[in-house]
Design a binder for this molecule. Sequence first.
Ligand SMILES: [Zn+2]
Length: 300
Amino acid sequence: MQTEVLSIRDLSLKTGLSQTALRNILADLEDQGIVAKVATDYRAISSEMPDLSRYEPIREQNRRDLEEMVRYVETSLCRMEHICHYLGDPTASSCGVCDNCTPRNWPPVSEDVLASARAFVSHPRIHLKSKLKGTKVYQDARALSYYNGTRVGETISHHKYETRQPFPEWLVDEGAQVVKKYWGDVAFAGVVAVPSTKSGDLVRDLAERLASKLGLSFLDVLVKIRHTRPQKELTNRAQKRQNLQKAFAVKAPLRGTLLVVDDVADSGVTFEEVGKVLKGAGAEHLYALALAKTRHSDDL
Ligand SMILES: [Zn+2]
């Protein structure tokens, strides 16, 4: 049989799987003699279906373990007793010290701990990896807050997907505060909005109001020149990057330092692509501000 040789990137684009998932699956397919590694790429060497039967019991066990964990979290009985019973010790009795046995012993959270928790969720950095001629595309990038489980995230989602009305004034205010707090001494030449797939004119409206609040000009220069899919429908970085390639253009030459505004930063790929186009049109330095940032494992 004759088949093409595919790189990890080709496979990412075709499947939408993460690199880790792909590597695990490929390792298993290699074991089963279905694909072979050619240097760093892969080629199918058998058209037989992989044997999936060995995964079913593992999946079933994982599902049962998960249910057990949920039961442990939700129980109102002694947690030690619960765990002992689960592990096969029917003689266990209440421990007398866990949070369910003695709810009043549960220590109140100290002010210090609360303060560091607040600091963690406030103004998270957006990790942008792209470089241009060896230097970072952005000087700094921040969001007001995380997207999931926060007031900011819920407000964005409500306006973006339900009411389609402009973002409320307090979000614009908080945006202005972040700019003043972190980049107060930066002389911005203007504010640019990331053209959006889903948000309609919400991001543009946000950027205009933010610019006026900061006493800056809104630069209506960035446009989308072809249709793209919403980034969140795509599941890995390779697909996200390909989706945005050559999607943006700048209408007029630029100079100086610009503030680039978007509503939600996910993988950061949108900011990176937009940043390259802005720099290509003459912008010297860029700062990125999103209202919210989705959470990734590398945050923790
Ligand atoms: Zn207990």
